[in-house]
Write a protein that binds this ligand. Structure first.
Ligand code: ATP
Length: 240
């Protein structure tokens, strides 16, 4: 026998347990399932999201994040960000209004549940990338998340395919771009392995982002199928 301690590393909700599922077919006109993308930093989540948005801007959309940093002259409320005070941000954190939030250079940044609802209510497909430990909070009848894990190819292929690619360091748009280092590749692969072993049971689709065009096509086909085909979902998502 051993003693289990509760920690951030170990959460019962992360342990795969038996879950009763049922076939689900999206009714025409019903809200779209939330598309959740997860993967290690630099694997290409933003690139894939950008390609989806460009391919069909009427159909796909992303959330508008909140920030407590002051608005710049050329920015507009509700376009780049929702600008709110530090006080309101802290109250909203306290009231669980954020899916994820963080602090960067003394300012808060976060994605609210309402920003997802706002996209879905326009009858668009909402593309959201989150940390894997956030998935469990989104697994509700309301969002019915379709979780796609974007996985890096082996390091040899990363060296080859990312030869001309740049990583952005820094959260705000002042971040600097630099080429990937060998360390970045190794970290990407080991983080992906860790994510898959800890959260793999929550991934409905795994896409290896080796060749970008191929990964994008595979994603596009999978997302089309989510809308048209029958998928297995937890039974609790169907009687809300
Ligand atoms: N399959 C690919 N082949 C070549 N380059 C790629 C591929 N996928 C992504 N890239 C490039 O890798 C870089 C990082 O991609 P991107 O910014 O989309 O990563 P990310 O997962 O969103 O990272 P972060 O979480 O740090 O924002 C970009 O320059 C992007 O163009």
């Amino acid at each position: 026998m051993y003693e289990c301690k509760k920690s951030e590393q170990y959460d019962m909700a992360d342990v795969p347990t038996y879950e009763e599922v049922t076939p689900h077919h999206r009714q025409s006109g019903a809200k779209h399932r939330l598309v959740v993308l997860v993967g290690p930093t630099g694997v290409g989540l933003n690139e894939l999201k950008r390609k989806l948005l460009v391919s069909d801007p009427q159909h796909f959309s992303v959330t508008v994040p909140h920030t407590s940093r002051p608005k710049r002259n050329q920015e507009n409320e509700g376009v780049e960000y929702h600008f709110i005070s530090k006080n309101i941000f802290e109250t909203d954190i306290h009231n669980n209004k954020f899916i994820e939030h963080g602090e960067y250079k003394g300012n808060y940044y976060g994605t609210s549940l309402d920003s997802v609802r706002s996209v879905l209510s326009k009858n668009k497909v909402c593309l959201l990338d989150v940390q894997p430990h956030t998935i469990k909070h989104l697994r509700t009848a309301e969002f019915k998340p379709y979780v796609v894990f974007v996985k890096p190819p082996p390091v040899e292929r990363l060296r080859e395919s990312r030869r001309n690619a740049k990583v952005i360091s820094g959260k705000d748009d002042k971040g600097s771009a630099k080429p990937f280092s060998e360390e970045d590749f190794l970290e990407m692969v080991s983080t992906a392995q860790q994510m898959e072993s800890q959260h793999g049971h929550l991934f409905e689709k795994i896409i290896v982002n080796d060749d970008l065009t191929a990964a994008f096509s595979e994603l596009k086909v999978a997302l089309k199928k989510v809308e048209t085909d029958t998928h297995w979902v937890p039974i609790s998502w169907t009687h809300s």
